[in-house]
Design a protein around this ligand. Structure first.
Ligand code: GLA
Length: 373
């Protein structure tokens, strides 16, 4: 049974690009367990593009793993990952070739879904490169959705068509559990701010069982790996913004940093139970923008009757980020006040009509709130 809350895991792309091997995947599996990521909820280990050959087996027509990467085949690696209590994810493409020009699933959706099921795959990221332009994305994703549902195994369907063809309007009906609706993330502030701003009109398009995927996180990468763009990588403050936005927006939480070596500081942020509990709230209610600067403060209703609040300061100077409590439906005449607890510092604050939170430059603050008399 596939969980209805956003999936959590690790994907090879941001750190390794095409440079991963049998031993790399085993080391990542070990690190997910030994460094506490699995206990925090990160359960999928996903191998992205470049795991397979440019052709199919001439007789069986099945996809073939690259012998240079997996000299003993992929199966022992899958078994090793499962042996660690983790789930295994793999990558394919709706097109004839993947974005890295390896073999795609076009026309072979049913055979590939069956093959993945037989191998014990638990998650399929399905990309959108090199497909026939005359066919709609909706048709191609519907086809793989059907194939996975009839594969004989619970395989999480992670669609990845980057927001084309108004994907949010049809992807749930195609059976997907998550869907990328943005282009690729890079390890700099502008990249992930552009991503989350572009998703503001689509916040209502996530629901339990199918969430909008803001892409693999770059938190903690600090300029290393395949998603690097130079020295403009994240800081403690901007990585905090990224993780808090991904939590508030109910995005899948897919780690992109090198979990074997990421610093304890970022490991602790990525494993923060309070922040993860906002992301994993079973009702998956969409966050909504509040406040005086429309894009920079968000509220999300939680299933226990409380609220989560995120206040972002994208500027280079410290200032208040605020909202009028009326914007969450709280009027002063109700007699209630809003009681806030800072999830990172523990500070407690109380407001009646207007909230203004001092936020350090290029940083954020995240709270849980409840109404009190
Ligand atoms: C696309 C996807 C990325 C990654 C690469 C691999 O760009 O959006 O997430 O999977 O392909 O080639």
């Amino acid at each position: 049974m596939i969980k209805k809350t956003p999936p959590m895991g690790f994907n090879t792309w941001n750190t390794f690009g095409e440079c991963f091997y049998d031993h790399t995947i085993r080391e990542v599996a070990d690190a997910l367990v030994d460094r506490g990521f699995k206990d925090a909820g990160y359960e999928y280990l996903i191998i992205d593009d470049h795991w397979n050959m440019e052709h199919r087996d001439p007789v069986t027509k099945r996809m073939i793993e690259r012998p240079g990467k997996f000299p003993n085949g992929l199966q022992p690696v899958i078994d090793y990952v499962h042996g660690k209590g983790l789930k295994m994810g793999i990558y394919s493409c709706a097109g004839v070739r993947t974005c890295g020009q390896k073999m795609g699933s076009f026309d072979y959706d049913f055979l590939d879904a069956k093959t993945f099921a037989e191998w014990g795959i638990d998650y399929l990221k399905h990309d959108f490169c090199l497909h026939p332009e005359l066919l709609s994305g909706e048709m191609m994703y519907r086809r793989m959705g059907l194939a996975l549902r009839h594969s004989g195994r619970d395989i999480l369907f992670a669609a990845c068509n980057w927001g084309n063809d108004d994907v949010w309007s049809w992807i749930r009906s195609a059976g997907a559990h998550t869907y990328r609706s943005t282009g690729d993330i890079y390890d700099n502030f502008k990249s992930f701010v552009d991503i989350f701003r572009s998703q503001l009109p689509k916040l209502g398009s996530s629901c339990p069982g199918c969430q909008n995927d803001l892409d693999m996180m770059t938190v903690g990468m600090e300029g290393a790996g395949n998603a690097a763009t130079g020295s403009d990588f994240g800081t403690e403050g901007t990585y905090r913004i990224q993780f808090c936005v991904w939590c508030m927006f109910s995005s899948p939480l897919i780690l992109g940093c090198d979990v074997r070596s990421v610093s304890d500081k970022y490991r602790d942020l990525l494993c923060n139970r309070e922040l993860i509990s906002i992301n994993q709230d079973p009702e998956c209610r969409p966050a909504f923008p509040i406040g005086l600067d429309y894009n920079m403060a968000f509220c999300k209703l939680l299933s226990n009757g409380e609220y989560a609040f995120l206040f972002i300061n994208p500027d280079d100077n410290q200032h208040g980020v605020g909202f009028v409590t009326h914007d969450i439906g709280l009027c002063e005449a109700s007699g209630y006040k809003l009681h806030l607890t800072d999830l990172l510092s523990g500070e407690e604050l109380e407001y009646s009509d207007y909230v203004s939170i001092p936020v350090p430059p290029k940083d954020c603050r995240i709270f849980k709130g409840k109404l009190v008399k």
